[in-house]
Design a protein around this ligand. Sequence first.
Ligand SMILES: Nc1nc2c(c(=O)[nH]1)N[C@H]1C(S)=C(S)[C@@H](COP(=O)(O)OP(=O)(O)OC[C@H]3O[C@@H](n4cnc5c(=O)[nH]c(N)nc54)[C@H](O)[C@@H]3O)O[C@H]1N2
Ligand SMILES: Nc1nc2c(c(=O)[nH]1)N[C@H]1C(S)=C(S)[C@@H](COP(=O)(O)OP(=O)(O)OC[C@H]3O[C@@H](n4cnc5c(=O)[nH]c(N)nc54)[C@H](O)[C@@H]3O)O[C@H]1N2
Ligand code: SF4
Ligand SMILES: [Mo]
Length: 693
Amino acid sequence: MAHHPASAPAATHTVRGACPHDCPDTCALDVTVSSGRVVKVAGAADHPPTAGVLCTKVAFYPERIYHSERLLYPARRTTAKGPGAKFERISWDDALATIADRFRHITATDGAEAIVPYSYAGNSGMLGYGSMDRRFFHRLGASQLDRTICASAGALGYRATIGASVGFDAENVVDARLIILWGTNSVVSNLHFWRLVQEAKRRGARLIAIDPCRTTTADKCDQHIALLPGTDSALALGLMNVLIRDDLLDHDYIARHTLGFDALRQRVLEYPPERVAAICGIRSQEIEHLAHAYGSTRPAAIRTNYGINRTAGGGMALRSVACLPALTGAWRDAAGGVLLSSSGNYPVGTAALERPDLMPTPAPRTINMSTIGHALLRAQPPIKALFVYNSNPLAIAPQSAEVERGLARDDLFTVVHDLFQTDTADYADLLLPATSHMEQLDIHKSYGHLHLQVNQPAIAPLGEALPNTELFRRLARQMGFSETCFADSDEDLCHQAFDWSDPRLAGLSWERLKAEGHARLNLPPGEAPFAEGGFPTPSGKCEFFSEMLAGAGLDPLPTFIEPHEWRQSPLAAQFPLALITPPARNFLNTSFANSPRFLAQEKSPALHIHPVDAAARGIANDSPLRIHNHRGEFRARAVVSDRIRPGVAMATSIWWRKLSPDGRNCNQVTSQALTEMGGGATFYDCLVEVELG
Ligand SMILES: Nc1nc2c(c(=O)[nH]1)N[C@H]1C(S)=C(S)[C@@H](COP(=O)(O)OP(=O)(O)OC[C@H]3O[C@@H](n4cnc5c(=O)[nH]c(N)nc54)[C@H](O)[C@@H]3O)O[C@H]1N2
Ligand SMILES: Nc1nc2c(c(=O)[nH]1)N[C@H]1C(S)=C(S)[C@@H](COP(=O)(O)OP(=O)(O)OC[C@H]3O[C@@H](n4cnc5c(=O)[nH]c(N)nc54)[C@H](O)[C@@H]3O)O[C@H]1N2
Ligand code: SF4
Ligand SMILES: [Mo]
């Protein structure tokens, strides 16, 4: 079969796509279209990271596109805000005019800062994530949104240490002899990386998982270290203590490519294995053994993801882990070093796409998306309009009771643009239909590999659904914004998404990429990026000592920052269990969590609890549970299992509230407290009590 554009006459043809979900794998897709309908979605066999394989969620993608509850027309709410809200169809003209009138009125009476966009990576294409929308809100003078819900703490910890979100090339990991999966459940959330890890294992690599739970990933590792949530920085400092004490160091690498070793050596003296064991809730031998394995095996790769950046010291946790390979010289090997995200390798054209120059001066205030509940209730001047797209804040933001009270405000004008009537949409004044990526053009980078992909539209938009770009293009016209950038086509935006003159894109152009579907960045395969140093930090070295952090009033050296809520907090007397809420295999955040197929597989909200903690509370398998703290409560059925360490409870996420038995989900109990750097959310820093109920 040939690759035809969507309009080609052939009855059955395939179209090149890219998965837009917020997943590090960013798969290349072969979409089979028959008589204008998507009939099959397969992983592209010629795209190295995808290798012809998809996760279950996207393999059944036609079920998502043609879901009976897809939104097809703009609609206005006709009943009270909240669960069960009803909507009636209106025209796009009516919808756009209503929004523009309301925005003009708010701008005149309260100032444009009273309008707040709320979006994340529900669509993570370069166009879908942030292009025309950003231009629109910049030009409007709306509040800026600090997009901190997932990765901001870790990204800053990395920047302070190795300079950017970069690391070893995932494709090289097959040659590693030791792979540490640190706070990441690859089988669930990074499947294509796991495929490479299995290949490394076949070639003799030893695998170690560091996770409070014995996850599906940990199950398949040679060793599992079950530490308490939020203590990873202490563990990394303990490993450094042993590496330095026992001289498992690469002195030449340290001398030539690091900054602040003497200060670091002093600092890690504060973290002997016995102290670290007590902090982490593990045995000191586990620290000794891990340090020796790490210090004496090459190549040694550490794969983190974002699981360890969701507690009070999330930035320092990733910073401390990122120091390790510079001590042992693991960066010398192509299959060694650390990897959190590969996104910093792409020469993105953020300014061209988003046009921050359209913002008024002084720049409007910034609202942190991780504390949207607080902001809706207490921001001064108050928020008068919220425009939600690419996100489902009522279900995914912490401390839902506050988000819900905020969204329920009568004087708040809310617009939601989505494919489905999400929990958040029940509070919308206007509900607008969004296209799926199968119905639009986009261009993609990845945060797990080093390839670029084009997503060609495979079918015409369903109903009157619009892509994010076209929605904001039309709104800009309605507002009378006359800058020429608002007339840019999607193809223009694809051009602007990257700096094609950058050497990392040498030989590539938008036209070539469009013709070929995908291409690797022009970074030599099989090479170690920092074998000879050259870190993208101010000093060009791995910075054990960071002037940048000192300047921000933070500890310039790696340190352990206690979780806001843990077993040593006074709160633990009342709420003794540490709750973590990592993603379910069949959901992608709240996306896919309204699919009958995947709901059937995940059954119902579950809380995993250790037999000892269960027995103390009279809990048996399948017992109905009430999980609660001072912020709220939600219900789940018990799964009693020694996969969870004592003192920790785990609820897989993220369920739709309205599809849960009690109309709530786990974010009812999570906290709006932030990480020490980056203003990140602290989802896995949350004490609760559990009882039958
Ligand atoms: N199937 C699926 N895939 C996804 C997602 C999804 O929802 N579903 N979400 C996507 C998104 S948005 C993201 S950001 C990535 C996230 O990707 P990851 O960060 O890899 O997320 P998880 O797979 O949940 O792995 C986090 C692991 O960290 C453990 N953990 C929790 N707290 C701590 C801690 O303090 N220390 C340590 N060491 N471990 C801890 C959890 O038990 C869990 O096993 O995955 C993406 N991929
Ligand atoms: N308790 C707990 N909470 C968490 C997490 C956790 O581990 N535990 N994980 C956190 C993390 S890592 C993240 S990244 C956030 C994710 O939170 P969100 O970014 O809100 O992700 P989703 O819940 O998947 O919501 C994305 C929405 O965008 C819609 N969408 C998809 N494509 C488009 C499009 O092209 N246009 C428009 N307008 N809409 C589209 C989808 O249908 C979906 O409703 O959740 C966070 N919340
Ligand atoms: S969700 Fe991830 S693994 Fe699944 S198809 Fe998309 S990019 Fe690939
Ligand atoms: Mo995320």
